[in-house]
Design a protein around this ligand. Structure first.
Ligand code: ZN
Length: 122
């Protein structure tokens, strides 16, 4: 578990915070609670991050060229980001800054990514 890239850990924290902001605003949950729908979504997002082939090299999920989310989940993440993005800036400016910075990384296709690596798992 400690093998996780800091980049992925940060991304998890960002999405976690965003889902909480969204859930509070839409589903009237209190404090740090999440409704079952949002809990399910968050664990789905975490799984995708764990499996993300880019890991440390990744851009933000919103810009990624590899669409690893199911269409339905992708719609949901877009809605959540649109709502929580600006609010994240107020609530956790540090996280939002990191996120904006990570988003400046040019998204690459899996093919480009593999080509760039001197030696990687084929
Ligand atoms: Zn919710």
């Amino acid at each position: 578990m400690s093998e996780q890239h800091p980049r992925i850990t940060r991304e998890k924290k960002t999405i976690d915070t965003m889902v909480h902001i969204y859930c509070k605003g839409h589903h009237e949950t209190k404090g740090d609670q999440l409704c079952s729908e949002c809990t399910e979504f968050l664990s789905y997002a975490f799984t995708r991050l764990d499996k993300c082939p880019f890991q440390e090299e990744k851009s933000t999920c919103g810009k990624c060229l590899v669409h690893c989310y199911q269409p339905q989940m992708r719609e949901k993440v877009k809605t959540i980001m649109r709502y929580s993005g600006p609010r994240l800036l107020l609530r956790s400016p540090g996280l939002a800054l990191h996120h904006a910075f990570d988003g400046r990384k040019k998204p690459q296709t899996l093919e480009e990514f593999r080509k760039k690596k001197p030696q990687g798992p084929a």
